[in-house]
Design a protein around this ligand. Sequence first.
Ligand code: 13P
Length: 260
Amino acid sequence: MDKVKKEQGKRFLVVANWKMNKTIREAEKYIEELKPLIADLKVPIWIAVPYTAIHTCREKFPATIAIGAQNMNDASSGAFTGEVAGVMLKEAGADFVLLGHSERRQYFHETDEFINKKILRALEVPLKPLLCVGEGFEERETKRTKEVLETQLKTCLKGVTKEQMENLLIAYEPIWAIGTGKAATPERVKETHADIRTILEDMFDQTTAFRTPILYGGSVSASTTEELASTEGVDGFLVGTASLDPQSFAKIAALSENVL
Ligand code: 13P
């Protein structure tokens, strides 16, 4: 593990999740404001936007910024009124797709089995899946976090090969930290990311476990960035609320750069 770590050095990635925010016009305004603020940054930046803004974002953001969707259907095409297929996202300009976000699990009843089908489809397209996992408040209080993560990871990643894992990322997003302004403590994040790596090692191998980027998400803000970015095992952030304002998102990206 140490050998691999040395070879790779510190990596870090900052991902925005706009959720159901920003019309095309609002996205254009955001891009114009954000571009000069991040022009000199080295840290990779990815932005997950609503379906309707993918094409505009791809056209107007520099090619170095990856654009992603926040969901997709598991089928390749067909009679699924209102759904969007991975190939459509790809052609619209998406490079990656968030899958398994807790808001989709909670409000749209997505199960680990369904998320697994979407992951396999995304890899086939290919789109890079950014799989979100995380425990709820009750599960945390009853000390079932590792068990919950193990079930989510084992089911969502069923049938994914080691080679495919090279194109997949994981975000640890404790549900109790999302949109609450209360990020998890660095100690808890360090411990949980280590647990996720152990589970991945058990499922695949040590190299795959180390190479898979594990991001943290849940009330990341400029004030928590430095502490969380330098936490062991954190390879990036998935930022919701604070990504909606170009100034605060750029600040998070700039502060994250210190760990590179
Ligand atoms: P907040 O940053 O608003 O807590 O949202 C986190 C999140 O859900 C990102 O996917």
